[in-house]
Design a protein around this ligand. Structure first.
Ligand code: FAD
Length: 516
């Protein structure tokens, strides 16, 4: 990857015009989506990635014959008509990536019962209505609100003036009505049974937040991106998705620099004009897009003196999402004990309780955890007669200062012994072990404190309060899970597409002119 030599490029920079129409910092799924859309329009686009491979969080690794997906296990919007499906169609990649539907989506294990959740909205509502017949109307109302908010948010025109309440409230009435509300408040508005509210709140943990903190708009994104077009996983390794996108990008004459870290965003009279790499190489572009951690973008790469004080203090006050501790296991034998591949285990029905500890940098001993068996749906992840398991739980970065082996072993041991309740004799079957900590995630992606989903989707930071794709610095744009609509693969694909749209409209209008 990479075409002309560095000295040629430097020379070119100094003498003539910007090297690139657009430079994108980071080859996460959002950066790749944005790059593909712009390259497809005929723009000259460079993506610079610090790692030796593209994909960011959406990566995989191999160990002793087993294959593991680093983080992303299930995706929304992959079936026909969904956001990811549409992206692949547009890039002519539909025949190169297969999605395997996960139906049922999950099994929830409570101490005295199991609940199976469908990946389709109607059967899900029917199932809950059967369990709670008196609450049928309220259940439907909750999903009606989420559906409408998701649709309104997906259709917001670029031109909408968020700060003009009359235009906002008439064009997006539900979004306006719930703009400062939490999902917990929505549930209380329509439902009364406590366990039903718990069941409807389980998926708030996908944003690593309890129901009383996550915004209605954040939850609408989580629920509807799954329910609208089913829940799937990528056949084979999940990193095939970014890899194929990277190939499509290069076919459209886009360039990717791998293993090159961006150290600075260069500015001139008209705003962002390029980047400087860690090795000192400077590259110029008419527009710069950051797909990386927003605080690093503004504080380290740009310099705080370049942004208005109001924006600086908003950024300082923003809260990242929590992170994960993940244990990957290659094990002997199949996993007939489990009826589905995705399981969630709860020690009780108090979903919000664990956050009190997490916010004080503790992991409660009996925290809920995920037990995924990827090779049940993706047999290629394990050699014949063997299986893969992925045990994980929420974890704050500051739980440990060094995340040394002692800490890792103790968390791993606790997960293994708890998972043994579902898979008897698990410990003796382990052949391969690997772990990911918040520290590893931070190192790999550059995401602040290993945040799994960018900013926490609380009302003050999501929906209309999210960091916008345009920034106070002209010609500098954001894409990915640190901007709207938020975290998760389907959401960052949307973000990449929307950022590309904003940039392309400027090119079309001739607003992105050159500057020496
Ligand atoms: C443990 C975990 C589990 C998850 N599970 C799911 C799931 O099941 N389903 C789902 O939909 N989502 C899931 N997510 C969320 C999802 O993976 C992310 O929201 C999404 O991948 C973020 O994509 P992005 O493009 O915004 O950024 P990232 O993936 O963070 O990519 C940013 C890229 O920028 C690069 N970079 C950083 N700094 C620099 C620099 N200075 N110079 C050059 N390059 C740089 C990084 O190396 C990285 O490649 C999970 C996330 C985690 C961490």
């Amino acid at each position: 990857m990479g075409g002309s030599t560095e000295s040629e490029r430097l020379c070119y920079t100094a003498v003539i015009m910007p090297d690139w129409d657009v430079i994108i910092i980071g080859a996460g799924v959002a950066g790749l989506t944005c790059g593909c859309f712009l390259a497809q329009k005929g723009l000259n686009v460079l993506i610079v990635e610090k790692n030796q491979k593209i994909g960011g969080c959406c990566s995989s690794f191999q160990k002793d014959g087993f294959s593991f997906d680093l983080s992303v296990q299930s995706l929304g919007e992959c079936q026909e008509g969904g956001r990811i499906w549409n992206l692949l169609k547009r890039l002519d990649l539909l025949d190169q990536i297969r999605f395997l539907p996960l139906e049922p989506a999950r099994e929830y294990h409570f101490p005295d019962q199991k609940i199976v959740q469908s990946s389709q909205l109607e059967p899900h509502i029917e199932n809950l209505s059967r369990l709670f017949p008196d609450e049928q109307k309220g259940i439907k109302q909750v999903y009606e609100v989420l559906k409408k908010i998701f649709n309104e948010f997906s259709r917001i025109p670029f031109s909408l003036d968020w700060f003009n309440p009359s235009s906002f409230s008439s064009q997006s009435p539900l979004l306006y009505q719930y703009r400062d509300k939490t999902y917990g408040e929505l549930l209380n508005q329509y439902l009364s049974n406590t366990f039903l509210k718990t069941l409807l709140s389980i998926r708030t943990s996908y944003a690593l937040l309890p129901p009383e903190e996550i915004s209605v708009v954040g939850m609408a994104g989580i629920e509807m991106s799954y329910f609208n077009h089913g829940v799937s996983c990528v056949e084979g390794r999940v990193e095939q998705l970014p890899f194929k996108m990277g190939e499509a990008f290069e076919k459209m004459k886009g360039e990717i620099f791998l293993g090159r870290e961006v150290e600075k965003i260069l500015t001139g009279k008209k705003g962002a004009i390029g980047i400087q790499l860690k090795d000192g190489l400077q590259l110029t572009g008419k527009a710069v897009v950051s797909n990386i951690d927003a605080r690093t973008t503004f504080s380290a790469l740009l310099g705080e003196d370049q942004i208005p004080s109001g924006f600086r203090s908003k950024l300082k006050g923003m809260r990242p999402s929590l992170s994960y501790f993940i244990l990957y296991l290659g094990i002997d034998g199949d996993l007939k004990e489990l009826s589905v591949s995705n399981n969630e285990v709860f020690p009780d029905d108090q979903l919000s309780k664990e956050y009190r500890d997490l916010y004080e940098d503790r992991i409660p001993e009996e925290a809920p955890f995920y037990l995924l068996a990827p090779s049940k749906v993706n047999p290629s992840h394990a050699p014949e007669g063997k299986s893969t398991l992925c045990l994980s739980m929420k974890a704050p970065h500051h739980y440990s200062r060094d995340w040394d082996q002692k800490v890792i072993d103790s968390l791993s041991q606790s997960l293994i012994s708890r998972a043994s309740a579902l898979i008897p004799g698990l410990e003796k079957r382990i052949l391969v072990k690997a772990e990911t900590t918040p520290r590893t995630i931070q190192k790999w992606t550059g995401n602040l404190l290993g945040a799994a989903y960018g900013w926490a989707q609380i009302p003050g930071q999501s929906g209309i309060h999210c960091l916008q794709r345009t920034t106070p610095v002209p010609n500098l744009f954001l894409t990915g899970h640190w901007t709207s609509p938020g975290g998760g693969i389907a959401a960052v694909v949307a973000s990449g597409e929307l950022t590309a749209g904003a940039i392309w409209s400027k090119f079309e209008k001739g607003d992105l002119s050159e500057e020496s």
